[in-house]
Ligand binder design. Sequence first.
Ligand SMILES: NC(=O)c1ccc[n+]([C@@H]2O[C@H](COP(=O)([O-])OP(=O)(O)OC[C@H]3O[C@@H](n4cnc5c(N)ncnc54)[C@H](O)[C@@H]3O)[C@@H](O)[C@H]2O)c1
Length: 354
Amino acid sequence: MATKEATNGSNTTNGECKITRPPPTPSPLRFSKFFQANLRILVTGGAGFIGSHLVDKLMENEKNEVIVADNYFTGSKDNLKKWIGHPRFELIRHDVTEPLLVEVDQIYHLACPASPIFYKYNPVKTIKTNVMGTMNMLGLAKRVGARILLTSTSEVYGDPLEHPQTEEYWGNVNPIGVRSCYDEGKRVAETLMFDYHRQHGIEIRIARIFNTYGPRMNIDDGRVVSNFIAQALRGEPLTVQKPGTQTRSFCYVSDMVNGLIKLMEGPSTGPINIGNPGEFTMLELAENVKELINPEIELKMVENTPDDPRQRKPNITKAKEILGWEPKVTLREGLPLMEEDFRQRLAIPKKGAI
Ligand SMILES: NC(=O)c1ccc[n+]([C@@H]2O[C@H](COP(=O)([O-])OP(=O)(O)OC[C@H]3O[C@@H](n4cnc5c(N)ncnc54)[C@H](O)[C@@H]3O)[C@@H](O)[C@H]2O)c1
């Protein structure tokens, strides 16, 4: 399987994508004897939830030099505080809708608000971030010969008519709805990645990320796991959107980060689904959180938001076969780790703890 999608070679899901030019020459810095690190890596959106965990993992490798570019819209310097001042780390306040000039070998392009509350707050900015931001990062990749990975999303499948979703499925997306700035924005970002790949030979990687959870998620950002945990800790009812039978699959952030790095290092352009196929209804998730944090808490059914997909579950056959990746952390193992982080940030100690 892996050989079918050779590095920078013809792609992928339907065999139609052929590159027409050789890849650009890598940055001369790669070969400089003064260049101490093996790899200089840019992480856009690196101050956010997934980005900051990715930075932690990349920084573990002493051969890596990591540059984060972030406008702090939904991210925070606090997520990176242990690296600020480190000789192999650099943090730049930068909005990806503007061009950026840095000499790098790899670009993990994550910059984009991921929670509906934030991406709907300024939808025009969201689509600009997806389209102009991705063009700017592809322009940079072209100039310096870097490999670029885009964190796309399961939202490109919209309200899917196929279940579970394979990478070949083209999706069922509303182009003019309130979520479209994000869903369609990511779809255009994927298109741009493949156009730069075919036209300019850029080495691309596309990850289609399914719901991810873990420490450092924004509290009160409206995403279901963070919502339930914060509500349970505060002793508030867990607000389950109707009908409660809609499903999601939740991937713990350390699994996600390992998947992204394997994709970047691996042979395939993707798109590749990265997520946990364990599927839960919203009611089941609420019951799990209730049992873990406060069995006395109530569940309250509330109206749903428009275009909320009814079911979401990744088919991860490609990730398994091509990347040798599959998630390891179950929801029952991951939720307590997130509870601990939220308790610290909300200053709500566990009963009986000093
Ligand atoms: N968390 C998930 O469940 C999930 C699911 C699917 C896809 N994704 C994708 O993964 C990526 C990271 O998601 P996350 O959950 O860490 O979200 P996040 O909101 O915590 O992180 C996004 C980061 O991007 C930064 N950012 C936003 N707009 C920017 C801009 N114009 N210029 C520079 N920086 C900007 C934010 O400040 C933040 O630090 C996003 O691309 C998202 O679409 C996440």
